[in-house]
Design a protein around this ligand. Sequence first.
Ligand SMILES: [Cu+2]
Length: 502
Amino acid sequence: MSIQMKATAFLMSILVISGCSNDAQPADEMNHSMMNHDSEEMDHSMMDGSSMNNGHMSHDNVVRLNDSTGENEVNIPPLLASDTEKGRNYTIKAQKGEVEIFDGIKTATLGYNGDFLGPVLRFKKGETVTIKTINELDEMTTFHWHGLEVSGEADGGPHKTLSPGEEETITFEVTQEAATLWFHPHPEGKTSEQVYKGLAGLIYIEDNNSTELELPNEYGKTDIPLIFQDRTFNDQKQLDYKAVMNDDGTIGDTLLINGTINPKLKVTKEKVRLRLVNGSNARNYTFKLNTGDSFVQIATDGGFLNEPVTLNEVTLTPSERAEIVVDFAQLNTSNDLALINEDGSTLLPFELVSQQEKVTKLTEELNDFSVTEEERNMQVTKHIELFGMMDHVEINGKKFDPERIDFTQKQGVTEVWEIYNKKDMMGGMIHPFHIHGTQFKIISRDGVEPAANEKGWKDSIAVHPGEKVRLAVQFKHKGVYMFHCHILEHEDNGMMGQIEVK
Ligand SMILES: [Cu+2]
């Protein structure tokens, strides 16, 4: 046995002991998944004991988040105004910054039109939007509009890099319904670090339906964007990505919401809409109220559900969004109220600023989404197999190659994609699968209809180990689009492919 092999075997035994493995796997799969691969990464973690916790992550056993003390009011990102009075013309700069996350200490960050994170862009369906994008970083970047149905040219994938100092203007028409989308960089191999340091912003799309429905819609008061990101700060309170980077997804112990540490949210006793965005590199969240009370989910990634769905918890994997409405008039306020995670950690304490109850309505009919009989009966024409861990991740046995087109599809034609998350010898992990330039429908999970809160437009879906999901996918526009795992380190490690829409 070579030293490399011994190191790998040693590491594997530790991982198995520490409970990373969910299922025993046949030996041949084991050989395929690890033994035959170059094990440089494994050796590295083995030699340096301190980086052991940077090893494979099961997502069942991740570091708990520190409880929010609630000492800071959560930052509400500004709405970006159009550069011109007539029309929709925006400028977005990616820039370096520094921000006081901890009192009296400057943390080096990246941001859009500011030091950290970005503004909210608010578009209306039917509008023509022009965005001048400017790279003021000292490295290349791209501007990707996650969930937006635009041409491949405007989508900002890894082919559309801007060098330092470069700018590019894109124009597109907003053709999709009301939704909460986001934007972030997508340069090949560098996405995780740039997002980690602060490049992320939000897009709200409104339409005639969303403005007519009775919904909490006062931005920053009853309509609150919440971007959840976990980070690790070093002793100097800096974000040293390279020191904490994990090939299986970088997880931190410190939660920032909209860039705010120890956040709280001031609310009144009425219905409040929370637009939950998982902007983390790799962490999954299961959101609950600490009182055990229910809330309703009203929207998925790409639009409204047909009616509010009552839930006690909602899980979001990286890049997924959910709009929920919490009725603070109905909650037992003798307790301290907070949004908590599945593991019990306090994510966001709520501070009631008035005891006066306000009764607000919520429309019961929100949308007319459906999966048609025809879509349900269509043959699968795109097969996607997700496999691997650490930097040995692949799709259909291949790593990303910018020169290779993996699939083609006709514009405006629906096809059924089957995404299979093939288990590895460690049991596997959830891969959040994302397709650019489209909102798709979930037809089934392992042959069964999805849950009520997944019956809506999606651009990202959590695919569990061993699971096969079927999606009805249609592209409105032409161009080359990425599909990939949205654990950002998996994406950077090549768990990504390309489809050309003609
Ligand atoms: Cu993945």
